[in-house]
Write a protein that binds this ligand. Structure first.
Ligand SMILES: Cc1ncc(COP(=O)(O)O)c(C=O)c1O
Length: 396
C-alpha cells in the first residue's frame, strides 16, 4: 500500500467518491403492491397509510401522539405556534438553521445559549443563564442523534415555568436512558428526509403526550381549518402524502438494524481514530444511544498537525466527502446574526471551526470505514508536507 496521501501524489484511497450519506431504501417489490393500492384507491393523501404510519410510530416511540407532517421544519413551526410561545426562546446556535428559522417564522426571538463541548448538546447551565423575563421556552436539539440532557433541562423548564421542545430531527434510532426519544419535554419533532435513519422522502413527526398540542398540530397541518372553513388559527399545508407515509412505514421496519449498524461503525471509527493525537469524539452519556445520523470528529490542530479545513481538503483528494457541520453556526449566519447579543459561546465557536462530519451510512461496509480511517491516519502522518502542499496550492 502506497502510504503517500493523495494530495501529495499518492493513489487515492477511494477510486469512487465516498459520499457523506447513502440512504437505505426499500426495494421496489416491497413497495409495489401498496403503491398500486394507493393509486387504485384514489386517496393519495390523508388516507390509510398515513394512519398506519402514525400508529406504528406512536407505538415505536411509546408516546400518546405521533402526528405526521410535511417536514421537521413545518413540525417545529406548528409546535411553536401550537404551544403559544411568545417573546424569547433559548436555543443553541450549534444546530442546523431550521431549528432557528422556525422560531423566526413564528415571530419569536432566538436567544443563543452555548452547548456542552463534549456532547455538543445544549448545556443546561448555559440555557438557564440565558433565560430572560420574556422567555417562554427552551428548544434543545438531540444533536447528530445524541440524546440531549432531557431531565436536567426539564427541571430548569419546570422551575421557570417554560415550555421545553426538542428538535429531534436526528432522533430516530436514538435512545434516552434505554427508551426511544419522544416522550421528553412538551414535544419532540423528527425529520424523515433522506439523510436520516428513518426516511419518508420528505416528512416529519411531532411526538407528544399532550392531547391539546396534538390536536393543534393536526389542525395546523390543515391550514388551521377544523373542517368548517372558519379557520381557528393561521396554519399551514403541512400534510404528508400517502406515498411518503408508505415509504416511512417500510423504513420504520429497517430502523433498528440501521441504528445498530451505525453504532458498530461509530465504534470502529473511534477505535482506530482514537489512537491518533488530536482527534476527539462526541460524548454519549451512559445509558443513552446515539443514532449517529452524523459521525463527527473534533480536530485539535496543534496535536493533529493540521486544522479541520486542511484535513477536509486532504480527505477530498482521497475521495472522502465530509461536511463542516455546523459552519457557520447559526449566530454567524446572515439571517440570524442580528439576534446575537454578543454573549460568549466558546464551545459553539470551537465546534464550528474544529468539528468535521465524516461519511456514515446505515450499512457502511467495514472496508469503507477502515479506508476512511487509513486516509486520515496517513494524512496525519504526513501532516507537515500536506500542509505545505495545501499552502502552495492556495498561493499558486
Ligand atoms: C437539527 C435539524 N433540525 C431541523 C431540520 C429540518 O428538517 P426537515 O428537512 O425535515 O425540515 C434538520 C434537517 O436536517 C436538522 O438537521
Amino acid at each position: 500500500m502506497n502510504d503517500r496521501p493523495a494530495v501529495l501524489g499518492g493513489t487515492p484511497v477511494f477510486e469512487q467518491k465516498v459520499n457523506i450519506v447513502r440512504p437505505v431504501l426499500p426495494q421496489l417489490p416491497e413497495m409495489a403492491s401498496d403503491m398500486e393500492a394507493i393509486l387504485q384507491s384514489g386517496m393519495v393523501t390523508k388516507g390509510r397509510y398515513l394512519r398506519a404510519f402514525e400508529d406504528a410510530v406512536r407505538e415505536h416511540l411509546g408516546v400518546r401522539h405521533a402526528v405526521a407532517v410535511s417536514s421537521c421544519t413545518s413540525g417545529l413551526m406548528l409546535t411553536y405556534r401550537g404551544l403559544g410561545l411568545t417573546g424569547d426562546v433559548v436555543v443553541p446556535s450549534f444546530t442546523f438553521m431550521a431549528t432557528v428559522a422556525a422560531l423566526v417564522w413564528s415571530g419569536l426571538r432566538p436567544v443563543y445559549a452555548d452547548v456542552d463541548p463534549e456532547t455538543t448538546n445544549l448545556d443546561p447551565a448555559a440555557a438557564e443563564a440565558a433565560i430572560t423575563p420574556n422567555t417562554s421556552a427552551i428548544v434543545a436539539v438531540h444533536n447528530f442523534g445524541n440524546p440531549a440532557a432531557a431531565d436536567e433541562l426539564a427541571a430548569i423548564a419546570r422551575k421557570h415555568g417554560l415550555k421545553l421542545i426538542f428538535d429531534a430531527a436526528h432522533g430516530f434510532g436514538a435512545r434516552y436512558q434505554g427508551r426511544p426519544i419522544g416522550e421528553q419535554g412538551d414535544a419532540n419533532i423528527f425529520s424523515l428526509s433522506p439523510t436520516k435513519l428513518l426516511i419518508a422522502g420528505e416528512g416529519g413527526i411531532v411526538a407528544t403526550n399532550d392531547d391539546e398540542l396534538a390536536e393543534r398540530i393536526r389542525l395546523g397541518r390543515e391550514y388551521g381549518n377544523d373542517g368548517h372553513y372558519d379557520t381557528v388559527f393561521a396554519g399551514l399545508n403541512a400534510r404528508m402524502s400517502e406515498f411518503n407515509a408508505l415509504l416511512g412505514l417500510k423504513s420504520l421496519g429497517m430502523l433498528e438494524a440501521a441504528a445498530a449498524s451505525r453504532n458498530e461503525t461509530a465504534a470502529r471509527f473511534e477505535e482506530w481514530l482514537g489512537r491518533l493525537p488530536g482527534v476527539s469524539f462526541q460524548k454519549v452519556r451512559p445509558g443513552d444511544r446515539c443514532s449517529y445520523k452524523d459521525f463527527s470528529i473534533v480536530i485539535d490542530p496543534e496535536k493533529f498537525g493540521m486544522n479541520r479545513d486542511e484535513l477536509a481538503l486532504a480527505l477530498a483528494a482521497e475521495g472522502v466527502d465530509t461536511r463542516k457541520y455546523y459552519y457557520p453556526a447559526v449566530h454567524h449566519q446572515s439571517a440570524y446574526a442580528a439576534y446575537y447579543q454578543g454573549q460568549p459561546l466558546p464551545a459553539t465557536d470551537l465546534l464550528e471551526t474544529h468539528s468535521l462530519s465524516l461519511p456514515i451510512w446505515s450499512h457502511m461496509p467495514v472496508e469503507v470505514t477502515e479506508g476512511i480511517c487509513r486516509a486520515i491516519e496517513r494524512i496525519h502522518l504526513n501532516a507537515r508536507a500536506v500542509r505545505e502542499q495545501l499552502g502552495a496550492g492556495q498561493r499558486a
